[in-house]
Write a protein that binds this ligand. Structure first.
Ligand code: HPA
Length: 272
């Protein structure tokens, strides 16, 4: 595994040279943030040795290097979901490559169902914490001490200082920013009403099919994480209606410029 990570990191370095300290994972329907990136250099996943290839509708699958505002970033357009059949090691492989490339900050976005009764469709939720409901753990198996400790602490999985910064930026710019706990599930089914209710009782505010594996590995790698959910449908008793992938993408589209703005500002202030 270590050789593969190194080989992939070396390939990327040979293609782009200097590597930015911030990486962004663009979630379902959130690929448009990529349009805000200028001076772009793109590497399709199909060209990257050892990279899995994304298959899900709405994910085009490439690494984008360029500037968000004045700052260099890497963006992953298209991520690998467990429900597509990838192993957890494949789902989180890009995070290991970022680690090998000395990326310090990981920004993650996703589409999620809102279970908190005060949420509306197209709200943005800052993820304060998560509950891992995936059936397999991304750190299951042999631990490589070169990559991180056997028993990683998860008390600040979503970095407090980055969250404070995001909240400040949202407030200064009159952007409504909810916050709460993200429940990560394997999918691909959306939840039954009873499951939404269960996740709510358990302490969740939003539920989705991604993010948790990548965030666990980023914490193992000692990266600082900031993550956002766009609330694309409501799993709130009395408000539950049929959900489609198209509706999820539509709601994500509405919220994404605001989320992109917050991420851009956070990166700007980190680089000051
Ligand atoms: N559940 C799980 N994943 C999701 C949802 C949901 O309601 N909405 C968008 N992704």
């Amino acid at each position: 595994m270590l050789e593969k990570i190194r080989e992939t990191a070396d390939y990327i370095k040979s293609r782009v040279g200097d590597i930015p300290q911030s990486a962004i994972i663009l979630g379902t329907g959130l690929g448009e943030l990529a349009n805000a990136i200028t001076d772009k250099r793109e590497i399709p996943y199909t060209e990257i040795p050892n990279f899995p290839v994304s298959t899900v509708e709405g994910h085009s699958g490439k690494l984008i290097f360029g500037k968000l505002g004045d700052n260099e970033v890497i963006a992953m357009q298209g991520r690998f979901h467990y429900y597509e059949g990838y192993t957890m090691k494949e789902v989180t492989f890009p995070i290991r490559v970022f680690q090998a490339l000395d990326v310090k900050y990981l920004f993650v976005s996703n589409a999620a169902g809102g279970m908190n009764g005060s949420f509306d469709i197209a709200d943005i939720m800052l993820i304060d914490d998560h509950i891992n409901m995936f059936p397999e753990h991304p750190l299951h198996g042999k631990n490589f001490n070169e990559l991180g400790t056997r028993f990683p602490d998860m008390s600040n999985a979503y970095d407090k200082d980055l969250r404070r910064l995001a909240m400040e930026i949202a407030k200064e710019n009159n952007i409504k920013l909810q916050h709460g706990v993200y429940v990560g599930t394997q999918g691909p089914t959306f939840e039954t009403p009873a499951e939404y209710n269960y996740f709510r009782i358990m302490g969740g505010d939003a539920v989705g099919m991604s993010t948790v594996p990548e965030v666990i590995v980023a914490n193992h790698a000692k990266m600082k994480v900031l993550a956002f959910s766009i609330i694309t449908d409501l799993g709130v008793i009395g408000k539950i209606v049929e959900v489609t992938h198209e509706e999820v993408q539509e709601a994500a589209k509405i919220a994404q410029p605001k989320m992109a703005f917050i991420i851009k500002e956070v990166i700007k202030r980190l680089n000051k």
